[in-house]
Design a protein around this ligand. Structure first.
Ligand SMILES: Cc1ncc(C[n+]2csc(CCOP(=O)(O)OP(=O)(O)O)c2C)c(N)n1
Ligand SMILES: [Mg+2]
Length: 434
């Protein structure tokens, strides 16, 4: 990797040797080859301990991030007191994370009461990533998600009642009940979809980023929109990931690839499934910065996100960010979650990102208990209202069954009699009772 590569300033200020505080180191690639565990996983690394770690890699120009935040020089009124956020910003972050958590807990209840269909994948534990990135974006910026998508949609501003309604399969859902849990979409909010096939969203995000660049450079429009693509560690072993990193770097697209590394792909441990578990290193291989950050700390995520989003907006190209995180529930609500080691789960439960933010806000006198309780109450009511709204909403009309299946707007084409097939009353007979 070239040392001449443009590396954002925040990434310069940190290196492997920086002091990672009292906490256990998140990931030290030097230790990774000599120790047996990776990140917080109890699983063993595949790399054998007698493989020497190249000193060239350690002195790479693209470095891992850890105590990023503490190393920044105060430059505004906010940081004059060495705080990373204002009270207002802190409360926005807290509210968004609480919304994500409460919404998902409610989904679990509704799922087990039979209100939702198909698979439902919850985001508990990973909130700092959605909040840390998306709360920095404008409405015109785009977000692309995976099947674990409810919270990304909420952070981007899709109303909770429309997300819940979508989960209930109702006509008032953000996709009029046609998408369900894994396919959140909102044109208005530029949520370009949840995707059930892993990796499918990455090319869509790359295309959206290409659109921004095309508008700006070819059509000469005033466009500095960026796109953030979220996906998991398991997805990084798919070809689409590599193809898109290549294209995005080649064309300097305004995109941030955000890996939510929760250490597991269903029941497959990340360290057993990939040749080099440090995903962030794949950025420099394609000519873009690669960054590793504590995904359980919204303030650290936010600092990294700021730099990467600004870089994309300035037209300086893509960034790959690996956020170390953990999901607090099974892979989906159908997963009894018996594969992960209880010790590993217990260790991460002590690093709840919401509790960490709460501690920061109260210790720094940015908020008191009453402020935070008021937010929690507001969100409880909002989510209750979302459930009532979804429950009372009508089911989609049967005619919707035939929409969006083919490019033909009436669906299913024209029959031999010259009429639209869907107009034949026998068309859906015996198949759908809606
Ligand atoms: C193309 C494709 N192959 C396989 C699957 C089955 N599958 C569903 S989730 C999953 C694991 C993905 O793990 P990761 O990317 O780490 O995301 P996480 O669930 O941990 O958020 C797999 C392999 C799929 N959905 N799509
Ligand atoms: Mg994963």
């Amino acid at each position: 990797m070239s040392s001449a590569m443009a590396v954002p300033k925040i990434f310069h200020s940190i290196n492997y040797s920086c002091n990672r505080s009292k906490e256990k180191p998140l990931f030290d690639p030097v230790k990774a080859v000599t120790q047996t565990s990776f990140l917080g996983s109890v699983n063993k690394l595949r790399i054998s301990s007698n493989v020497p770690f190249s000193s060239a890699s350690v002195s790479s120009s693209v470095v891992a991030v850890s105590e990023v935040v503490k190393e920044r020089k105060p430059k505004s009124a906010v940081s004059a007191s060495n705080l990373l956020i204002t009270k207002e910003e802190g409360l926005v972050l807290y509210e968004d994370m609480i919304l994500g958590r409460v919404f998902e807990d409610m989904c679990a209840q509704m799922y087990y009461r039979g209100k939702m269909f198909g698979f439902v994948h919850l985001y508990n534990g990973q909130e700092a990533i959605s909040t840390g990135f998306i709360k920095l974006l404008t409405q015109k910026d785009s977000v692309v998600s995976t099947y674990r998508d409810h919270v990304h949609a909420l952070s981007k501003g899709v109303p909770a009642r429309n997300v819940m309604s979508e989960l209930f399969g109702k006509a008032t859902g953000c996709c009029r009940g046609q998408g369900g849990s894994m396919h959140m979409f909102s044109k208005e909010h530029n949520v370009l979809g949840g995707f059930a096939f892993i990796g499918e969203g990455i090319p869509v995000a790359t295309g959206a980023a290409f659109t921004s660049k095309y508008k700006r450079e070819v059509l000469k429009e005033n466009c500095d929109d960026v796109t953030v693509a979220f996906f998991g560690d398991g997805t990084c072993n798919n070809g689409q990931f590599f193809e898109c990193l290549n294209m995005a770097a080649l064309w300097k697209l305004p995109i941030i690839f955000v890996v939510e590394n929760n250490l597991w792909a269903i029941g497959m441990s990340h360290v057993r499934a990939t040749s080099d578990p440090a995903i962030w290193k794949k950025g420099p291989a394609f000519g873009m910065p690669g960054v590793h950050v504590d995904g359980m700390d919204v303030l650290k995520v936010r600092e990294v996100a700021k730099e990467a989003v600004d870089r994309a907006r300035r037209g300086e190209g893509p960034t790959l960010v690996e956020c170390e995180t953990y999901r607090f529930r099974g892979h989906s609500l159908a997963d009894p979650d018996e594969l992960r080691d209880p010790a590993e789960k217990a260790r991460y439960s002590t690093r709840d990102p919401i509790a960490a933010l709460k501690k920061y806000l109260t210790e720094n006198k940015l908020a008191n208990e009453a402020d935070l309780k008021a937010i929690e109450k507001k969100i409880d009511e909002l989510v209750e209202e979302a459930v009532e709204f979804a429950d009372e909403s009508p089911a989609p009309h049967r005619s919707q069954l035939l929409e969006n299946v083919f490019a033909d707007p009436k669906g299913f084409g024209i029959g031999p009699d010259g009429k639209y097939r869907c107009e034949d009353p026998k068309f859906t007979e015996g198949t759908a009772q809606v």
